[in-house]
Design a protein around this ligand. Sequence first.
Ligand code: GDP
Length: 443
Amino acid sequence: MMLSRLSEKLQNTLGKLKGKGKVNEKDVKEAMREVRLALLEADVNYKVVKEFVNKVKERAIGEEVLESLTPGQQVIKIVRDELTELMGGEATELNFSDKPPTVIMLAGLQGTGKTTAAAKLANKFKKDNKHPLLVACDTQRPAAIKQLHVLGDQIEVPVFSMGDKQHPADIAKGAIEHAKKNQRDVVIVDTAGRLHVDEDLMTELKQVEEKISPHEILLVVDAMTGQDAVNVADRFNEDLALSGIIMTKLDGDTRGGAALSVKKVTGKPIKFIGTGEKVEELEVFHPDRLSSRILGMGDVMSLIEKAETSMDQQKAQELEKKIKSQTFTFEDFLEQLQQIKSMGPLDQIFDMIPGMSGNKKLKDMSLDEKELVKVEAIIQSMTKEERTYPEVINSSRKKRIAHGSGTRVQDVNKLLKQFEQMKKMMKQMGKMNKSGKKKKLPG
Ligand code: GDP
């Protein structure tokens, strides 16, 4: 999952506290020593770590936490709150202009995922019923213009370009005129990058900024580059009036330091995170959700949002009914597997469910295409009764099903177990839904 090593370490350390009926000052200090190491190892800026750990320690020891009935839980809650605060507290919205078009300029080094992020944003705006225009101002890397056109075609968003001979500032200006004439209400300007920060790049970007006065200047940084990403952000922040950060590649094996320190170091919030190469893989950044995810408390809000964007409305409605009435059968299971698969890699999904992120059994459950074919065969070999009431499947039935589907009894057992777990997960989703914390699935 996102920041898995850090997450594992913190969960281990804090898990020890959770299990204790009594927690004393020494326990807190000991735990904080481990938290400190985990954060440093995750490549979080050392000053940030120091301040963070001191704050947690102070609150944990100071606030009658240790005398409370659930001291371990309280300490974990403090860690969660402080992590959230560190990453900027509330999610930060984009600033849309009353007088369209809203102009969003992207900046960043080469290879960070700027062009991809431009397309991801356009795709998101389009889904929000806006009318984006992508603008190719990366005249350094001719392939970038082509790349933007390809992405634009894919998501059916128009791309404005004037080749690589004009100055980027003039292209951007031309694009805004074009947007006004053609009722495009959000203009997303992709600019050139370099391998390293250099004066030419900064001058060019400043010229673009001056010419078009963007409503938002978002810096794209690559989470994989750790502290470097933070240093680069600091440097861009000196020359450009950045309004926020898009942190890409958080899906990879990043240690996470950048995500945790960049707000504190630059003062600029992360507004979006990139969680994959696909054009849908951009999320609004919610510090509270990420800190919950890191601490293994799940992230049901994101899960429900993901479900909402990747399932069709009618299916979602049916699913909700089934979750509520708990009449979820093997046939639904099969359909759900396919739906859930379309939500993204399963381990990412499980990490969003409270209590599931540490669940080894679920982690080991890999669902590739081949596996799905097997699952399908097994379910098809069941009778209608068995699909609806799997508890009737005794060992002779198992043998029959295995035989009929060309699988082994172990496979049937495995599927039955997975089904139980899936049901549990659905129940969790159902409960969260009912608590009405967020707009429900439609219906
Ligand atoms: P640019 O030079 O900054 O415009 O970078 P590109 O948009 O061309 O992206 C560079 C590479 O990073 C491409 O292979 C992208 O597919 C990949 N990439 C971009 N964003 C993400 C992300 O969030 N996750 C992952 N895994 N890869 C990404």
